[in-house]
Design a protein around this ligand. Structure first.
Ligand code: NAD
Length: 284
């Protein structure tokens, strides 16, 4: 099993930028690509200022901070991924868009490279079918925010090899994460359980069971969750939550996974959560 030294990350949104920062801080070279130049420069600014703030708070030495900055390369061209050992894809949660990207990556990266997806719910086996290397495709699902959350969920597709699994596990451990392994079923472990809870919180709000504040306080104080489900939905992104519910609904075929109409309406209205300044709550 070859050691991973260089990583490509596609998608510089909340997850991709956090993953790129985590990889760079842990001493590996990382290329970050986003098809939207504004998103790429936003990711560049946010990662640089986070590293600076970690150094000024003494949580990273000056030398380690400088090394992390040197490790990071930002590119608007996927062709720069020719020498990376693994690509971690963190773009929009759409099977069609991800498949197109996997086909393209398959023709750009070197033969030995692994193609990993940070998908929250989409079948790894189906993403792998868009490539000529299904044994080197795997799910590497980081939690939000990636530099802080301790877990990486690893999902093997039907054809994922032991070598691919072992190299991905080693990378996750090198990044300081604990891993859990899930079979390739819609939503895997974490979102199979979390998203129906969030969807149910929307139903509670939609049907007037309680105010948003009381629903969140009820779950925080009543079940010891650090965030209420509606607050957490805003943190994740309501568009991401809706996409995951659609995958669960289609993939598991049970009406209990149908997205709550209020969640659908908020997304239609552009209320996507913290990243847009408004979701269930308003953020200044
Ligand atoms: P986001 O909307 O913050 O970022 C997505 C980024 O991908 C955007 O910057 C967009 O410009 C870019 N992009 C879209 N299509 C692209 C393409 N074809 N090529 C290159 N860049 C492209 O989304 P996010 O919340 O970071 O989620 C990304 C992925 O991570 C999704 O699959 C999501 O399900 C998963 N995920 C999200 C969370 C969460 O809490 N938000 C947690 C775990 C996993």
């Amino acid at each position: 099993m070859a050691e991973i030294r260089s990583v490509g990350v596609v998608g510089g949104g909340q997850m991709g930028s956090g993953i790129a920062q985590l990889v760079a801080v842990n001493g590996l070279e990382v290329w970050l690509h986003d098809s939207d130049s504004t998103a790429l420069s936003k990711a560049h600014q946010s990662i640089s200022s986070t590293i600076q703030s970690l150094v000024s708070k003494g949580r990273l030495t000056k030398e380690k901070g400088a090394e992390a900055v040197r490790n990071l390369k930002y590119t608007s061209s996927l062709e720069d991924f020719g020498s990376v050992d693994i690509v971690i894809e963190a773009i929009v949660e759409s099977e069609e868009v991800k498949k197109k990207l996997f086909t393209r990556l398959d023709s750009i990266v070197k033969e030995s490279a692994i193609l990993a997806s940070n998908t929250s719910s989409i079948s790894i086996t189906r993403l792998a079918s868009a490539t000529s290397r299904p044994s080197q495709v795997i799910g590497m699902h980081f939690m939000n925010p990636p530099p802080i959350m301790k877990l990486v969920e690893i999902i093997r597709g039907a054809n994922t090899s032991d070598d691919t699994f072992n190299a991905t596990k080693c990378l996750a451990e090198r990044l300081g994460k604990k891993i859990v392994c899930s079979q390739d079923f819609s939503g895997f472990i974490v979102n199979r359980i979390l998203m129906p809870m969030i969807n149910e919180a929307f139903h509670a709000l939609y049907t007037g069971v309680a105010t948003k504040e009381d629903i969140d306080a009820g779950m925080k104080l009543g079940t010891n969750h650090p965030m209420g489900p509606l607050e957490l939905a805003d943190h994740i992104g309501l568009d991401v939550c809706l996409s995951i519910m659609k995958v669960l609904h289609a993939g598991l075929g049970d009406s209990k996974y149908a997205p709550c109409p209020l969640l659908v309406q908020y997304v239609d209205a552009g209320r996507l959560g913290r990243k847009k300044g408004v979701g269930v709550y308003k953020y200044s």
